[in-house]
Each structure stands twice: as C-alpha cells, then as structure tokens.
Design a protein around this ligand. Structure first.
Ligand SMILES: Cc1cc2nc3c(=O)[nH]c(=O)nc-3n(C[C@H](O)[C@H](O)[C@H](O)COP(=O)(O)OP(=O)(O)OC[C@H]3O[C@@H](n4cnc5c(N)ncnc54)[C@H](O)[C@@H]3O)c2cc1C
Length: 303
C-alpha cells in the first residue's frame, strides 16, 4: 500500500501530526521503535501545556495516542533504519519490512546524552540511570547524585529527594539553567546538597556503582563521593543518523528545518525536538506536528 503520509516517531510531534493529517483526509502510518508517547511518558507531571492545568506525562501520551487511533491512523511498532527517496514516493525500511508513502514526517525526537566516561555503559542499570521517575524507587533511603543543571536535572533532584536519604545535585556552572522557582524549592530541602562549578571525572565500581570522583572546575580539586546511584540529566541528542545521508542535519545532528518544517528534500518534513529550533517543549512539538501535517497535505495536492 502507498500511504499518503508516513511519520517516524510516535512522540508528541508525531502523534499531533498524525491527528492533523488524518483529519485532513490523509492515510497515515506512524512508526514507533519503542513506546508511543516519546520522552514525556516518564514525567510525573506536565504543568505548562496550555489549556491543561496538570496532567501526568503518561496520561498526556495516552490521550494523544487514543485520539490518533480513533481517527483511523495506522501504527507499526518498528524502528525505521533506512530511507530511500524517489521522485514519487519515500521508501522506509524497518527492522521487519519495507513501506512506501508519498510524504514523510521525521518526528524522531531526542534521547538522553551520556557522560562519556569509562565504565558508564557497564554500570548503566547497576547504579547509573537516565530516568529518576523510572528508577528512583530502586534507591529508597539511599545516597544518590544527579548530574545536570537544566529542568530535567532539577525535576529529578526533587523526585529523588522524596525517596532518598541524600541527593547531591552536581552542575558544571554556578547557576542552574532550569526554572528559578524549582531551584528555590530545592534549596529549602534538607537532604539536597548543591555541588556547583563541578563535574564528574570518574565513575567507581566494578559490578555496581560505588561512587564518583567530582572535580571542582575553577580549582581542579577532586573529591570522592560515595554513592548508591547516579542520575545523568545533561541533555539530549537527536536520533537522525539513519537519515543523515539524505536529509540535511546541523553539526549536532538536528534536521535542518525552519518553522515551516520543510527539509532539503521535497515531501519530507521534520517536526519536534529532532529539528533545529530553540524551544524544545511539548507545545512546540505539537505545533510542529500540525504545521508539518498540513504542509504534507498541501504537497500531495500539488503532485
Ligand atoms: C523528563 C522530562 C520531562 C519533560 N517535561 C516537560 C514538560 O513538563 N513540559 C514540556 O513542554 N516538555 C517537557 N519535556 C520535553 C518534551 O518531552 C519534549 O519536548 C517532547 O517530548 C518532544 O516531542 P517529540 O515528539 O519531538 O520527540 P520525542 O518525545 O522524543 O518522541 C520521538 C519518538 O520517536 C521515536 N523514534 C525515534 N527514532 C525512531 C526510528 N528510527 N524509528 C521509529 N521510532 C523512532 C522514539 O522512540 C520516540 O518515541 C520533558 C522531557 C523530559 C525528558
């Protein structure tokens, strides 16, 4: 079958695009290599989506998925590994089969950045985690650290402060990038300690994490922190390498596309956190989805 539109990624951008495209009368196939919903499914609360006071990330994702499904959107829970561009269609190869569509939206989002330290892979799941909401409960009453200075790191520290005996929050700079109100809340918590202007230079532990060596950047002095757990929250990296030989990406791997979501390839659009943009949030991902879907519909009309 030749679909009108294929969408890679069932996060907020991809599902919003699917809803708009289905309502515009397009046949839509959405690919998802993990769990529908994308990054937001691990967030306990979303409080900044306009019109919704407060909702859990999981409920937010479930609502989007249910709405797309009710509109007749098809889903393939497969990872797209390659893309071929022909003048009249896009061919997508997954780990299981090949599919064809007239247009394509890349809504591949982003995933967690790693520290890049020796032993990180081996200790992941053995003391190192990238998701406090998912793994925090394993560290009940324990001593943990969060590395990072943005909203995710602050949110992680707050979640962990309710479970753990002690939470160190380690950040490279003297000021946090995340919300000031959340920083103020954390300052008042007795079991949270900030370690600023510092970074982790070594992971310790063979079969499980036992501690980290932290360097104070201005003085180069190091100290050993004994830890049961380390939560890494130092940002995201895009997931576009499978398409980068065809679709133009920037030096960080984000797909080059402006507010119209158009890429260098006719009929291929990029939406959400995986494209070049300054604000990576649910509301901007949803907006991109709408823009990209309607642009795809217009492109099909022009064929
Ligand atoms: C812990 C946390 C809390 C957050 N809290 C908020 C908040 O409160 N408010 C807010 O506005 N934003 C928040 N964000 C940011 C928000 O989640 C993102 O901006 C949003 O998820 C971006 O949506 P997206 O669809 O572009 O990408 P993603 O959510 O990353 O979804 C991309 C999807 O594509 C899939 N995919 C990727 N490559 C392939 C492939 N090759 N084949 C098949 N599938 C593929 C992935 O598995 C994923 O499901 C938070 C993020 C995190 C991590």
């Amino acid at each position: 079958m030749l679909y009108d539109l294929a969408i890679i990624g069932a996060g907020t951008a991809g599902l919003s695009a699917a809803i708009y495209a289905a309502r515009a009368g397009l046949s839509v196939l959405v690919f998802e290599g993990a769990m529908y919903g994308g990054q937001i499914i691990v967030s306990p609360t979303v409080e900044n989506y306009p019109g919704i006071g407060m909702i859990s990330g999981a409920d937010f994702a479930n609502n989007l998925y249910a709405q797309a499904e009710q509109l007749g959107v098809s889903f393939a829970f497969e990872t797209v590994t390659a893309l071929t561009n022909a003048p009249d269609k896009k061919v997508l190869t997954t780990d299981m089969a090949s599919y064809e569509a007239k247009t394509l939206i890349l809504a591949t989002g982003a995933k967690n950045r790693q520290l890049g330290l020796a032993g990180e892979e081996k200790l992941t799941g053995r003391g190192i985690s990238y998701c406090a909401t998912c793994d925090g409960s394993f560290f009940q009453g324990k001593i943990v650290a969060v590395m990072g200075g943005g909203n995710t790191a602050l949110e992680d520290a707050e979640v962990l402060s309710k479970l753990c005996a002690k939470v160190y929050l380690i950040h490279r700079r003297s000021e946090f990038r995340g919300e000031a109100a959340q920083v103020e809340r954390l300052k008042k918590l007795e079991n949270v300690e900030f370690i600023l202007d510092s970074t982790i230079v070594e992971l310790q532990g063979d079969t499980a994490l036992t501690g980290v060596v932290v360097e104070h950047l201005p003085t180069k002095q190091t100290r050993l922190l004994a830890l049961d757990g380390l939560f890494v929250a130092i940002g995201q990296v895009p997931q576009n390498s499978a398409f980068a030989d065809l679709v133009q990406t920037d030096s960080h791997g984000y797909i080059v596309a402006g507010e119209d979501c158009r890429t260098n390839l006719a009929g291929v659009f990029a939406a959400g956190d995986g494209r070049t943009k300054t604000v990576r949030q649910l509301v901007t991902a949803a907006a991109d989805g709408a823009v990209a879907a309607l642009a795809a519909a217009e492109y099909i009309r022009s064929l």
